[in-house]
Ligand binder design. Structure first.
Ligand code: MG
Length: 334
């Protein structure tokens, strides 16, 4: 194979075929993908969750992950948020002419590892190559299908006054890690992205705890924006306690240095769980028994006054309104 991606690799002709067989099928292969038919043939019953997401992260490789693993984790997690077991992924690549083949290979190998760890199969895909300068190196779209395991799937509209709000771990790591990895900031930190597939932990959670009202991953816009969406959809408010928010000291320091608020930074391996408070201790115990949830915490409660509002009770007892993020704090974070 050539050492760079050429326009010909997206032509549908011989070079495309070689790229598909020698790279994509060789790393991601399974009987369905390897059949190389126009569509995947899947046999399924019951209720399914279906989601799609597109990944444009810059840089492609950052501490704790890369665009390939992120593209798998992001879609796997969105599917899992409906109380579903993710099973199948599609992936579409838009490649820039001239992209080093080795870079593409590293990304595809990383996707294959992530898919294997999450126990999902890439069953269909597509590759396009555009002329140099028409896209920045590589963009990836993934879609995912997962089998819903609960009678009543968790949904953003189901938060109820009195419910407990849990978070599965430390906040802001992905956003800060990607920002630090952009050379123009010159920030040296040891912070790693939290990018991870949460499906094994969430399947354990939803099959052992009934009445989970909401599961949602606080990605772009962070915890504060995601809770605003939930408060809006449910017609409730959320009260958070500052002293209970899990935050690693280096994230806290990095944020102070850059003037960023960790409550608005993206996470790629965290889940917000909202459920009746009498089930919160069991849910916390299950989350903490998984590596991805070891720092899980009970951070607040759902209330009925001021519907749509998210409020933080600070350490000194003041109240701060956490509005929905406006504008793009950090473009191309995922
Ligand atoms: Mg999501």
């Amino acid at each position: 194979m050539q050492d760079r991606v050429l326009l010909d690799h997206g032509s549908g002709g011989g070079a495309s075929q070689r790229l598909i067989k020698e790279l994509f099928v060789s790393y991601l292969g399974n009987p369905v993908l390897s059949s190389l038919d126009d569509a995947a043939c899947l046999q399924m019953q019951g209720k399914w969750a279906f989601s799609t997401d597109t990944f444009t992260v810059d840089p492609l490789f950052f501490p704790g992950g890369d665009i390939g693993s992120l593209a798998v984790h992001g879609t796997v997690n969105d599917v899992a948020m409906l109380g579903a077991r993710p099973r199948f992924l599609s992936c579409g690549f838009i490649l820039e002419e001239g992209l080093p083949m080795q870079t593409l290979e590293e990304i595809v190998a990383s996707m294959a590892r992530a898919a294997q760890n999450a126990a999902v199969e890439v069953v269909t895909g597509d590759t396009k190559v555009v002329p140099k300068g028409k896209v920045d190196k590589i963009f990836i779209n993934t879609s995912g299908l997962g089998e819903i395991l609960t009678q009543e799937p968790p949904a953003g509209s189901r938060a109820r006054p009195g419910d407990a709000i849990l978070i599965s771990g430390n906040l802001g790591e992905h956003g800060l890690a990607v920002m630090a990895a952009r050379q123009d900031l010159g920030l040296q930190t040891g912070i790693k992205s939290d990018s991870a597939a949460l499906n094994h932990m969430l399947v354990d959670l939803v099959t052992r705890v009934d009445q989970i009202h909401v599961l949602r991953d606080p990605t772009r816009g962070g915890l504060a924006s995601t809770l605003n969406e939930i408060a809006d959809q449910s017609g409730c408010s959320c009260l958070l306690k500052e002293e209970d928010l899990p935050l690693a000291p280096d994230v806290s320091q990095g944020c102070s240095l850059l003037g960023l608020d960790p409550l608005y930074l993206a996470n790629e391996g965290k889940v917000i769980c909202i459920l009746p408070r009498d089930r919160a201790d069991l849910a916390l115990q299950i989350l903490r028994s998984h590596q991805a949830g070891k720092n899980a915490a009970w951070i607040g409660e759902v209330q009925d006054r001021d519907p749509g509002r998210v409020v933080l009770r600070t350490r000194i007892g003041g109240h701060r309104i956490l509005a929905m993020l406006e504008g793009e704090q950090l473009p191309r974070i995922c």
